[in-house]
Design a protein. Sequence first.
Length: 112
Amino acid sequence: MPERAGVERQQVASNYFLDGSMIPRTEKRSIDERAEVRYPSLSNTAVLEFRSRKHVVRLVNISGSGAMVIFPHVPNIGERLLLQVLDRGPVWAQVRWVRDGRIGLSFAARPE
């Protein structure tokens, strides 16, 4: 951005955005730190409502508190989305991480 005479250049707080690049990991995980077991879903697909549009997504795994889906769009970390899993009811979820076309979701309430 070119500077104009008499106008100070704005300071940027960080080079990271809320799209998954926010916290770089310097070490590869060597153990599974998850508190719950992840299960494959009875269905390989789910419907994810993202910014007022519905998308059929591939469901990688699911647990009582969250899920991982393959999703080509990049939601913001913390964004709330509605996830409809075919063998369960719809549930509100919050984006916890985004990486390489996958997103991690935590459920706002345990699915029925």
